[in-house]
Ligand binder design. Structure first.
Ligand code: IVH
Length: 717
């Protein structure tokens, strides 16, 4: 009955939309009609008992209700166990009646295969930024500027909110159902990250209540995705154990998690949302911002509870000040306050500059600082032999984490700041994982402090060190500290991505002299690995399989893994694309390299230096002998996806190719090009600013490929 009502409602809606020439929204609603029809059809085919459908719907409604209580209101009414039972019951019913699974079911948060690249989405309304202030005077100036523009307005009400230090996103709901979401990107075009956002537990996949007569068919809600401090610490601990690089701060961790290509991995990172505004909302009847926040809450989205209506700028300032210290007690990062004019009418009157609206201002706090003691100073040797002094501190809480180390950058810096072992220092975190020592508190210095002696030899291999500008370097290619770091880098995710090859294993293998450099990884045998600590038969076999698998990574991964100074993932990709084989890259001259767009003189020189080194030549010969793929095209013969006779539509701009180049590639491989998307289109190649073709392809279920997807496809052919 409910479905029938919805069906009739949508027929009327489509009729009205077509009549009023709102074709785009009409198409969306037509899609919904088709879905409802499919449900009728399915029901007829398998004649699902009405009771089952009711049961499923009731369970979903119950789960949504408890999701709201738990994730949004922070007031759970049932235990985790009871909640899990509800989910299990629903999963059981859905696996018996898979035809009744809908994308907005609470069981469908993690779905979809890993993708090769995100598609770009143009924001219907640009996602502008906010101007920053750092002092009370500037906030008063903001109030004065508004009064100047508005002339005769007596009282201006402001809403003051916490400024959550996370990632701005936008969520698109159609008829109350979450359809897609995107990052802010450059404010005009963002990346579509729908599958990842679906895993965020406090984003409802469907509004709590949907009254079709009261809400427009399309509603856009904007907010900030963040990773709670506790989860950030847990994630970094896990990564440290696995030998993966740590995230600098919760914001970077949230950004990294949101930009993962596999939603299954994102689902393991408990991201959360705070919604703070509507984006697109047709015919909005709201009169002020507070009403918008209340409505967002009513839909079931989480709004940060600490917002306040202030009657004047004085009240705004004292509210902002009151949070400066209080914010450290929260489980998420707050880097300031956001001050918004409450009246929406005044928003319109004030308008925007090209960057930011004039009715909003942020009041930024200074980075948090803490005082602690330097227990000792240790020297680390990096993968290129640079010696870095690191202060070991008495642990102290700072910006949501416990800090026990701080980088001292280089030995000149120790001298310049006159830092001594035993000193009390002020440490600050300005976006980096390893905090920095801001200054020494000289008044607290006692007689027991001692100066740090600059090392004359490498602390690991005892080799000579040479001063290069402000850095000290160990050039011994056999230095085990360098070898270990190079190997760690070689096996890391952006490089050869050898799963399970953690630092503890590398330490043992190098210390026991089983391997000397990363090429030796490929001669490891079961008997070398199995006896290691924290290894076992199964792990040894898995590791050998992972090593074998890594042999066929693309050339760009290998170039990156080699650890050439100034060559990271991006430059590695550029080089791989340009040269196609490692041999060609090895023979390139500085001049030849410099001709490549994006490669400068310094990088060109370090590449040539690297390959002219005898040790490098030796290592590369070992990689060759082991059968590591040294070509840009993958070796393994994957299921060949044939381009021949397939129909392609190309839209938007693809970085690195002209439209003609893409079309030529497709034609050369036997594919056909069409200018518009239809049911016959096999692939849509979508670049930046894809426009309406992307929408059309999505609706038709056409395979959509971004740049990397396209490159993968042509490589396989
Ligand atoms: S309102 C015109 N409210 O801060 C922009 N933004 O530095 C309207 N942010 O891009 C945004 N907390 O991602 C708004 N309570 C809040 C916020 C908030 C954090 C972020 C947002 C924005 C950035 C600007």
């Amino acid at each position: 009955m409910k479905n029938q009502n919805t069906f009739v409602f949508h027929i009327k809606l489509v009729y009205y939309l077509v009549k009023s020439r709102q074709f785009e929204v009409a198409i969306i609603n037509f899609g919904i009609l088709v879905r409802i029809l499919c449900i009728f059809q399915v029901k007829d085919e398998k004649s699902v008992d009405k009771k089952v459908i009711e049961n499923i719907e009731n369970l979903r409604a119950k789960i949504r209700y408890h999701d709201g209580k738990y994730y949004v209101e922070n007031m759970p009414e049932i235990s985790d166990y009871e909640y899990d039972q509800l989910i299990k019951e629903l999963e059981k019913l859905e696996s018996a009646y898979p035809q009744l699974i809908t994308p907005d079911s609470p069981t469908q948060r993690v779905s979809g295969e890993p993708i090769s690249e995100f598609t770009s989405i143009e924001h219907r309304i640009p996602m502008l930024s906010i101007e920053n202030t750092y002092s009370e005077e500037e906030l008063r100036e903001f109030d004065k500027r508004i009064r100047r523009i508005l002339k005769n307005v007596d009282q201006i009400e402001y809403v003051v909110e916490l400024k959550i230090d996370g990632i701005a996103i936008t969520l698109w709901y159609e008829n109350g159902i979450f359809m897609r979401g995107a990052t802010r990107g450059n404010g005009l075009i963002g990346d579509e990250v729908t599958s990842n956002l679906r895993t965020v537990k406090n984003i409802p996949l469907r509004f709590l209540s949907i009254d079709h007569r009261k809400i427009p068919p399309v509603i856009e809600i904007r907010g900030e995705i963040y990773l709670p401090n506790k989860e950030f610490q847990r994630l970094n601990q896990r990564r440290e154990k696995a030998g993966e690089p740590q995230f600098a701060n919760p914001r970077n961790a949230a950004a990294g998690s949101l930009k993962l290509l596999d939603p299954h991995t994102t689902a393991k990172r408990p991201l959360r949302l705070f919604a703070y505004a509507f984006g697109y909302y047709e015919d909005s009847r709201f009169t002020n911002h507070i009403e918008c926040l209340e409505k967002i809450k009513e839909f079931g989205l989480p709004v940060n509870p600490h917002y306040k209506l202030c009657r004047d700028i004085g009240e705004v300032i004292s509210y902002c000040n009151s949070w400066e210290t209080k914010r450290s007690g929260l489980d998420y990062q707050v880097d300031g306050m956001v001050v918004k004019v409450n009246s929406l009418e005044l928003h319109d009157k004030l308008g925007s500059t090209s960057k930011a609206p004039r009715w909003i201002m942020s009041y930024k706090y200074n980075p948090e600082e803490a005082t602690t003691k330097i227990e000792t100073i240790k020297v680390q040797v990096g993968k290129t032999g640079t010696l870095t002094p690191v202060a070991e501190l008495s642990p102290v809480p700072l910006s949501g984490t416990t800090v026990s180390r701080a980088t001292l950058h280089n030995f000149d810096e120790i001298e310049r700041k006159d830092i001594r072992v035993g000193d009390y220092v002020v440490v600050q975190k300005a976006g980096e994982i390893i905090p920095q020592v801001v200054k020494v508190i000289k008044e607290k210095r006692t007689g027991s402090v001692r100066r740090f002696d600059v090392p004359e030899r490498c602390p690991v291999c005892g080799g000579d060190v040479i001063k290069e500008k402000v850095f000290l370097k160990c050039y011994n290619p056999l230095c085990t500290a360098q070898a270990k770091r190079r190997i760690m880098y070689f096996v890391s995710r952006n490089a050869m991505d050898i799963e399970g090859f953690g630092p503890a294993i590398i330490e043992q293998l190098v210390d026991k002299k089983i391997i000397e450099d990363y090429a030796d990884i490929y001669s490891l045998k079961f008997d070398d690995l199995e006896p290691l600590e924290r290894m076992g038969e199964k792990s040894a076999r898995n590791l050998l399989a992972a090593i074998e698998k890594s042999k066929s990574r693309g050339l760009h991964c290998l170039i990156c893994a080699l650890g050439i100074l100034n060559v990271g993932t991006h430059v590695a990709e550029v080089l791989s694309k340009h040269f196609g084989t490692l041999d060609k890259l090895m023979n390139a001259s500085v001049e030849e390299l410099e001709e490549i767009f994006e490669i400068g003189e310094i990088t060109a020189k370090s590449i040539v230096d690297f390959f002219s080194n005898n040790h490098t030549k030796n290592v590369i010969n070992k990689l060759k002998a082991a059968g590591v793929n040294l070509n840009a095209f993958r070796k393994e013969t994957q299921a060949v996806s044939n381009i021949a006779d397939k129909l392609f539509v190309v839209t938007g701009t693809l970085n690195g190719y002209t439209r003609k180049e893409i079309e030529d590639i497709i034609k050369n491989l036997g594919g056909k090009i069409s200018s518009s998307v239809s049911g016959k289109t096999d692939f849509l190649i979508a670049g930046e600013s894809p426009g309406s073709k992307l929408e059309a392809a999505k609706k038709l279920g056409t395979t959509i490929l971004g740049k990397m997807g396209f490159e993968d496809l042509i490589k396989k052919t």
